[in-house]
Ligand binder design. Sequence first.
Ligand code: 5RP
Length: 263
Amino acid sequence: MDWGMQNRLGRLIQPDGHCFFLPIDHGYFQGPTSKLEKPGETIKPLIPYADGLFVTRGVLRSSVDPRNCPPIILRVSGGSSIIGKDLAHEAVTTSVEEALRLNVAAVGMSIFVGSDYEYDSLVNLGKLVDECQKYGLPVMAVTAVGKELEKRDARYLGLCCRIAAEFGATIVKTYWCENFEKVVNGCPVPVVMAGGPKCETELEVFEFVYDGMQRGAIGLNLGRNVWQHEYPVAIMKALRAIIHEKASAKEAEGIFKEEKKKK
Ligand code: 5RP
């Protein structure tokens, strides 16, 4: 692997081989998502606990301090919205030149396997990888399901992750599911878990994250379950313990309860 690629991945993936990314890219198709209306304010207390920030160029330039931020994963796909015809209809919307100008550690785009736009998103991924390889820029493929959350099982997600890896993705972000090892074992590149809508309890979040880590994920890219929570710093500290300190879900819950008192 070229030096630049290694250096960028080393900024995102910590020496223990694990990572905790904070995604705040939701506005690119959801608009001002709850608690992300003013992204700069929301992320300010969370910055010290994130190994990476997944964000669009618009929010990066307008709301993120270039002198005080974790390594950036730039969201470079988009083109549809929650009120449009089909969330899967995306293109690459930000150039690699722009990504390099912004000094990002990686770029990320969604693929929509099984959708009407499967072909387009996969060909776009291949082209993006071609371009990024020239500059040693890692590509994180996001296996998106659009509105069809029921698609989140090991068979489907395993198919998506493997295809993303075959097209050259450096890292794949996918949803956690039952039997997550089936997803990881069929994917020859590192897999990071995404979150999905906010869970009912903190323990529910800690349990799925712990389970996914045990089954081979290298880390987490969790948004709404962090910044839509009343105690986002406490949640992040507890999750960091699972990801970087081998804490169990119950231990993480204990950390959360202690940290919550400090608010
Ligand atoms: C949305 C994304 C998010 O990065 C991903 O869904 C993780 O966020 P959350 O935990 O809120 O689901 O790709 O565009």
